[in-house]
Design a protein around this ligand. Structure first.
Ligand code: FAD
Ligand code: DLZ
Length: 520
């Protein structure tokens, strides 16, 4: 009785629930490189190389562990190009009597799996993905019990559930749940920024890189100097290296931005986490252990653990709670197409061009670059949230819809009507100037409020507040912002709005086809 166990490209975990408690000789593991996944958006070249290389390595490791792995390569002449087509072929080929799969990360794929039983004529057992700390139903129960979704309360539940940074009597370590007020320091001169660990491509990665260069050469981004971890063993080394070199300062400088410094004290572990090479619990435990031994301060360990067991779990719960509707949400009624410079990197705004350079070269930008530069600009400029979401899904190596979409639609574009965040993450040039060294070398003047030489974020920010005064004017978290705006003389307000309009007029819209193949 052969069981077919499809393992998807972001399920590369040896302790995956579908592989657990199965005798390898009773099963065939199916891994599929398929056109539909590589091109449903035109992913960054580095992202495709990462996923295919990690899949090929994982298949080798499974075989070494005694599993029979049926591995379908992208260039296999019989490859049908879709998960469904390949699963149907494999059921037939191996005479499988059932299919067993861990629930997928995306709604789109879940919909496909829902049709497999009928298509293949065998039962399909879809198993919960217990790599996440909070199950989908568990999150739904939590959400139903509350009117509003508040990440902070969810995070406290996860701290209690995991026991991470908890005292034996059930209190948060150090007496406080959240030490964010100790974080958010601006960068200062004299800091040394550690490099994340880089891994030279081995023959498997080199072969995949050649395939990607040939087949996806027209996709966005740089492929050269690929150095991401592609196995669990490498990912563990990267985690150890991060804890040793960067975690001690992670909290303090979490929101800083520095020209030429692509990672600062961030971990760059999200690709490994999202593929399953690392589990969230092992990453969070490594940080807790570093605190327990006195190697890192509490603000670093707590800040980092909050991202993993708080934000990461919270957005995943939100995704499954709010899909499919949230994908089309446009609460701020934004209609502008994505500006072309998001793809070309050609803009004179230094903060934006630095974030875009990092994105093109490394398929990476750190959180504040994503939120307060790239996302903030798009929201202030009134860009269609679905254009923004497509861009974010393409360009980052860690972008999978379950984590990308809530961050874009909910957190950064405030397009979900405030379900994920009670106030929009909007900021003018002053915020970027405070948190970075970019403005000193920018062609625009951050202290100048209006006119052709003023930092565009300044007028766009005021214009955004003005456009949405009805919506946000009574939001108590925005009282100060509107107080300042409303105390301005009418001619000053007019100058801001005219300046914003003049700048927006200069934006070239992106040509169609960058993110998705043009439909004919
Ligand atoms: P670190 O700063 O070292 O943080 C540690 C880990 O915490 C990350 O690896 C990640 O797993 C987790 N984390 C931190 N913040 C978040 C968050 N808001 N949501 C979920 N997990 C979080 N993250 C993705 O993994 N994939 C995405 O496609 C993605 N898209 C984003 C889009 C926007 C508009 C924004 C504002 C954020 C997005 N994030 C996304 C969240 C966050 O920016 C990245 O997880 C982080 O920058 C990854 O780099 P790092 O590993 O160095 O993170
Ligand atoms: C993102 C991606 C890419 C580019 N290619 C593949 C692939 O060829 N085979 C595969 O199994 N997975 C791939 N992935 C990741 C899938 O899109 C991911 O597994 C789903 O989004 C999860 O629902």
């Amino acid at each position: 009785m052969t069981i077919l166990i499809p393992v998807l490209g972001d399920q590369l975990t040896h302790d995956l629930a579908s592989l657990r408690d199965v005798i390898p000789t009773d099963a065939v593991v199916l891994m599929m490189e398929v056109e539909q996944e590589t091109t449903y958006v035109r992913h960054h070249k580095r992202k495709i190389a990462l996923i295919l290389s990690a899949m090929r390595h994982f298949a080798e490791e499974l075989r070494a562990g005694g599993w029979t792995v049926d591995y379908i390569r992208l260039d296999d002449p019989d490859n049908t190009g879709s998960f469904t087509g390949e699963v149907a072929r494999a059921v037939e080929r191996h005479g499988c009597r059932s299919i067993r799969i861990v629930e997928p990360g995306e709604w789109r794929v879940k919909t496909a799996i829902d049709g497999w039983s009928k298509r293949c004529g065998v039962p399909v057992d879809v198993i919960a993905d217990d790599r996440f700390i909070c199950g989908i139903l568990e999150f739904q129960t939590w959400a139903q019990a509350r009117g509003a979704l508040v990440m902070e309360y969810f995070y406290r539940e996860m701290r209690r559930k995991t026991g991470l940074l908890m005292t034996p009597d059930g209190k948060p370590e150090g007496g406080k749940w959240n030490l964010d007020h100790e974080n958010r320091a601006p960068p200062r001169r004299g800091l040394n920024y550690p490099e994340p660990m880089h891994f030279a491509p081995d023959p498997i990665t080199a072969e995949v890189m050649a395939l990607v260069a040939e087949r996806f050469g027209g996709h966005f981004g740089r492929l050269e100097h690929f150095s991401l971890p592609v196995t669990a063993a490498q990912a563990r080394l990267a985690l150890e290296h991060f804890v040793k070199t960067a975690l001690p300062d992670f909290g303090t400088y979490q929101d800083a931005m520095v020209t030429g410094q692509d990672w600062l004290y961030h971990s760059w572990l999200s690709p490994a986490l999202n593929l399953g090479l690392l589990t969230p619990l092992e990453v969070a435990r490594a940080a807790a252990q570093a605190y327990a031994t006195g190697y890192v301060p509490l603000n670093a360990a707590e800040g980092f653990i909050r991202q993993i067991i708080g934000w990461r779990e919270y957005v995943r719960g939100y995704y499954w709670l709010e899909m499919p509707g949230v994908a089309g949400a446009n609460g701020l009624e934004a209609t502008r197409p994505l500006p072309e410079f998001y793809w070309t990197g050609e803009t004179e705004m230094r903060c934006v061009s630095e974030a875009l350079r990092n994105t093109r070269d490394n398929a990476y930008a750190h959180h504040i670059q994503r939120l307060m530069v790239l996302g903030n600009f798009a929201m202030l400029a009134g860009v269609r949230p679905q254009d923004v979401a497509d861009w974010f899904l393409v360009v980052f190596a860690d972008a999978f819809e379950w984590v990308e979409l809530p961050n874009v639609i909910g957190m950064s574009q405030h397009a979900d009507g405030g379900r994920l965040a009670t106030k929009p993450y909007a900021g003018g040039g002053a915020y970027i100037d405070r948190m970075s060294d970019h403005c000193g070398s920018c062609r625009y003047r951050v202290k100048q409020k209006t006119g052709p030489d003023a930092c565009p974020f300044n007028a766009l920010y005021r214009d955004f507040l003005a456009r949405h005064e009805q919506r946000f004017g009574s939001n108590h978290r925005m009282t100060n912002m509107y107080g300042t705006w409303n105390r301005m003389k009418p001619e000053v307000r007019d100058a801001y709005r005219a300046s914003a309009a003049a700048f927006l007029d200069t934006l070239e819209p992106a040509a169609p086809g960058w993110a998705r193949e043009e439909q004919t």
